[in-house]
Design a binder for this molecule. Sequence first.
Ligand SMILES: C[S@@+](CC[C@H](N)C(=O)[O-])C[C@H]1O[C@@H](n2cnc3c(N)ncnc32)[C@H](O)[C@@H]1O
Length: 242
Amino acid sequence: MTENSFDVGHRIGALFDNQAEQYIQFADGSYTWNFLEKPAFDRYIPDLYNSSTKALDIGCGTGRIIKHLSSRGLLAENIIGIDVSLELLKCAKKGLLGASFVNNSSEELPLISDNFDLVTSNMTMHYLDNQALERTLNAVHRVLKTGGTFFFVESDPDYIPERRNPENLNRWLELRTSWGTTLPYFNRDPRPFLTSFLINHGFRYIRGWAVNISEAGKVDLVKYNRYFLRPYRIAARFEKIG
Ligand SMILES: C[S@@+](CC[C@H](N)C(=O)[O-])C[C@H]1O[C@@H](n2cnc3c(N)ncnc32)[C@H](O)[C@@H]1O
């Protein structure tokens, strides 16, 4: 029997459940989170940091994006997180009173249409094959208000030699995670895929792609120099145009 993409979402959820302990230990203190991903949010969407922004975080994991958005002025009660891993959602719920959570694949957002000012996705889309990602992006489009923002951060495929090999493009690889486990990883170059899909499906590009390491990352000079010299994350902001 061939696996359809909904099965893939559930399989990834089960894998994250199994390694939830390791992932939870890793998430908040992660160097890339603190000095690449989090600063990318602050660089690209600071105009949305206010109490009226209604936000949805897809693949919310332990809720660190929601915590960050709350620390920047969004109200927790205006934020919903969705994830396939029950264990990670349990962790997110504990730390985030006020926010709401949905245990589901992002392919199907059981939420009302034209409702959000902001949809975010940090390091989640590489767990979706092309079909699942297309379904997700269509669902994101549906739940965003016209003029709403889709902002995402992904890993840069140029960073890992195995991912650059053309034979490995657009297929699942089994890769080592930063929290000491292995997980399937759908290896695409997000830039051409997302740009062409999004602009053909009711979005316009606003800004993004390069993510610079923040100066504060100099607390660990070895890591700072590594991430300064080579790309590691990409991030972009798109807007729903109708
Ligand atoms: C690397 S973690 C990142 C978590 C969170 N975005 C963050 O940065 O803190 C990837 C997350 O994506 C979730 N995920 C993977 N596939 C998903 C899907 N189809 N729908 C919803 N969540 C998914 C996983 O369960 C996991 O929580």
